[in-house]
Design a protein around this ligand. Structure first.
Ligand code: PLP
Length: 412
């Protein structure tokens, strides 16, 4: 009895916060797809959130040079002066924004910048407005840091963009942050200057609300769409905007883990306190590589973008031809958010009814070996996300399989 009791006491017990967080559906679908592949099934995974290109050679060379120069020690906590200088030039060049070095923070990826900002600013119960569909990590980062996500669904009718009216309704005295992500993961929608102007004018009436602008997909943008960022559109609100970016997506550097944020000094200082007691400086070698990416030739970005644009066009065209599915043309990022309302209520060949987007993505995986993520994982149903960071051949193959799976569905 005693030993049974002590066994119980020594069992691992996660904190209440961690226990409230579910394993990401993206990860569990990936794990299922991998298990099926291992068992011999031919699986096409359209779940990955990283470019399928390689890191440019001049960036790799800069990292090797840094190692040879001995840049393998601790660096200043939130970024080397040289990397901060490259980030300042990037903001000036691409966004017309001026930042001082102490208004910039460099971390192990944009994800850590967001996590630092939340740890530095949230008290239990503080609210964070997150427009849906959203990047899944936003919700969990807010929860881990004691905040309460306030989800505002944005319909396809408004281009999946938050409207000023919906924002006004969501704001309470507890609101600390509004998250904005353009172009968006998972739907590829981007905000035009006039969209941002309308939303940000609401915040003029609510000085306690700050903005976190996640611009990580800034450079993956199509059809001459002009990318803008909130601090550029509303310079009078710059003292409560944190602008976040990084090298992961633009330069195919997901594994190097460099992201950065620029905003008011007091916030940046508080974020440095958080980072000082978690990871300390981001990797010294990756910082040298990021300088080469930001200061080097930018023409490769455009070339890769054109490649992504061809894939986007292929997907949108193919989906248009499939009965039951619809796809809004994304302005950027490398995701298509496909509406599957038309297949809900139909029956699989085995007689099971498709009652949700989850049922539909399960059906795609089971029947034709295509792994995609249901929209409900991103807070908006009935949709599913296709990542087109995959070769044209595998996309063509996947779209053919999706079409054939749909034709096998029986109408109710
Ligand atoms: N923000 C969004 C919207 C993303 O989709 C991702 C990665 O998928 C990130 C931030 C994180 O990027 P990083 O690799 O710089 O941490």
């Amino acid at each position: 009895m005693t030993s049974h009791l002590s066994d119980k006491l020594s069992e691992f017990r996660p904190s209440r916060t961690v226990a409230s967080i579910e394993v990401s559906e993206i990860l569990s679908i990936g794990a299922r797809a991998n298990a099926m592949r291992k068992a011999g099934r031919d699986i096409i995974s359209l779940g990955a959130g990283e470019p399928d290109f390689d890191t440019p050679d001049h960036v790799k060379d800069a990292a090797i040079d840094a190692i040879r120069r001995g840049e393998t020690k601790y660096t200043p906590l939130d970024g080397t002066p040289a990397l901060k200088a490259a980030i300042r030039s990037k903001f000036k060049r691409d966004n017309g924004l001026d930042f001082e070095p102490d208004e910039i923070s460099v971390s192990a990826g944009a994800k850590q910048v967001i996590a630092n900002a939340m740890a530095a600013s949230l008290d239990p119960g503080d609210e964070v407005i997150i427009p849906a569909p959203y990047w899944v990590s936003y919700i969990d980062i807010v929860k881990i840091n004691g905040g309460t996500p306030v989800i505002v669904k944005c319909s396809e009718d408004t281009g999946f963009r938050l409207t000023p009216e919906a924002l006004e309704q969501a704001i309470t005295p507890r609101t600390r942050w509004l998250f904005l992500n353009s172009p968006s993961n998972p739907c590829g929608a981007a905000y035009r200057a006039e969209d941002y102007r309308a939303i940000l004018s609401v915040l003029e009436r609510h000085p306690h609300v700050w903005v976190l602008a996640d611009d990580i997909y800034e450079h993956i943008i199509y059809d001459d769409f002009r990318f803008v960022t909130p601090a550029e559109v509303a310079p009078h609100l710059k003292d409560r905007i944190l602008t976040i970016n990084g090298v992961s997506k633009a330069y195919a550097m997901t594994g190097w883990r460099i992201g950065y944020g620029a905003g008011p000094k007091a916030l940046i200082k508080a974020m440095a306190v958080v980072q000082s007691q978690s990871t300390s400086n981001p990797c010294s070698v990756s910082q040298a590589a990021a300088i080469a990416a930001l200061d080097g030739d930018q023409s490769q970005i455009k070339a890769r973008c054109l490649d992504f644009e061809k894939r986007r066009d292929l997907i949108v065209r193919a989906i248009e031809g499939i009965d039951g599915l619809q796809c809004r043309k994304p302005e950027g990022a490398f995701y298509a958010f496909v509406k599957c309302e038309g297949v809900i209520g139909r029956k699989r060949p085995d007689g099971m009814e498709i009652t949700s987007d989850r049922d539909f993505t399960d059906y795609l995986l089971d029947s034709v070996g295509v792994a995609a993520v249901p929209g409900s994982a991103f807070g908006l149903a009935p949709y599913f996300r296709i990542s087109y960071a995959a070769s044209m051949e595998s996309l063509e193959d996947a779209l053919g399989r999706i079409a054939s799976a749909c034709t096998k569905l029986r109408l109710p």
